[in-house]
Design a protein around this ligand. Structure first.
Ligand SMILES: [Zn+2]
Length: 92
């Protein structure tokens, strides 16, 4: 039930883990693990989870796509000004 809601949300609009956690009133780590499960369960469906990876706002270093939570700091320039990864579900 809850995963269906998560799917509906992400079909409507791109959201970060933080956005979802605030909306659902859940801890970010729980949302992150639910997103991982959702991503796997979508593999056999018409939908696909798209991840716009986190990016350092200072040097534009782009983090790996599989990192869905916001990293603490940039490994290249050590800045903490990081844009959160944004998740979105779309049709294949
Ligand atoms: Zn950087």
């Amino acid at each position: 039930m809850y995963r269906k809601k998560l799917l509906d949300l992400l079909l409507q609009q791109p959201m970060s883990i933080r956005d979802i956690a605030e909306l659902m009133e859940m801890p970010m780590r729980d949302v992150a693990s639910d997103i991982e499960h959702l991503s796997k369960s979508l593999k056999r469906t018409e939908f696909i989870l798209m991840i716009e990876p986190a990016q350092c706002q200072k040097c534009k270093f782009t983090f790996r796509k599989n990192k869905i939570r916001k990293p603490g700091k940039c490994p290249r320039c050590h800045a903490t000004w990081i844009r959160e990864p944004v998740l979105h579900v779309t049709h294949r």
